[in-house]
Design a binder for this molecule. Structure first.
Ligand code: IMP
Ligand code: MG
Length: 187
């Protein structure tokens, strides 16, 4: 059994906190006193969202949206690799109306882009006044669909990461640092 301490730290809690504070300052400046509705993508973005919104100096509120992808879970062995069909399905809708609101969609990581492309299309259908995307992590080398975030915490290499909301089979979300999970095959 390998322990958490064996997983290499990619981003320490201090690095994350400093960058999230900068992102909150940037969002505060960009929305200049306007109200903002943050929409977090369950479950991975919950921790990032809670740290971010507490440092945004705006009239803000937040909601959550839930999605799941079809396919089999990622595993450490080749034969358990993620077999995504590329289909994303809504598991929980937002509770607030987004019409005419300034909406910031908050996600843990932008990877292939399938999730955010699906969500962007869905949420733009509500006709928000302004819509943008904030992600803590961006893995541009994995992109399958052309989508970028307006706010990016860190650009990272193609390694499977856990902690600070990111899971491996629902584990490790509560780790305060972001660590590298070796040997996870993604498609
Ligand atoms: P996308 O639809 O491929 O952009 O995937 C986004 C989702 O995949 C994220 O919300 C994460 O849940 C998951 N994901 C992608 N890369 C990682 C990773 O390195 N660690 C944990 N989850 C990941
Ligand atoms: Mg996620």
């Amino acid at each position: 059994m390998s322990s958490v301490e064996d997983l290499r730290i990619l981003l320490s809690r201090e690095q994350i906190a400093a960058r999230v504070a900068e992102m909150a300052q940037q969002i505060t400046a960009d929305f200049q006193g306007e109200p903002v509705l943050f929409v977090g993508v369950l479950k991975g973005a919950a921790i990032f969202l809670s740290d971010l919104v507490r440092q945004v100096e705006l009239d803000a509120t937040y909601d959550f949206i839930g999605v799941s992808s079809y396919g089999t879970p990622r595993g450490p062995k080749q034969e358990e690799a993620w077999d995504s069909t590329g289909e994303v399905r809504l598991t929980k809708d937002v509770e607030h109306s987004l019409r005419d609101k300034n909406v910031v969609l908050v996600e843990d990581i932008l990877d292939t882009g399938l999730t955010l492309t699906f969500l962007k299309r869905l949420l733009l259908g509500h006709q928000p006044r302004r819509f943008c995307v904030a992600v803590l992590l961006d893995k541009p080398s994995r992109r399958k669909l052309a989508i970028n975030a307006d706010y990016v915490g860190f650009t990272v290499a193609d390694e499977f990461l856990v902690g600070y909301g990111l899971d491996y089979a629902e584990k490790y979300r509560n780790l305060p640092d972001i660590r590298v999970m070796p040997g996870v095959v993604e498609s």
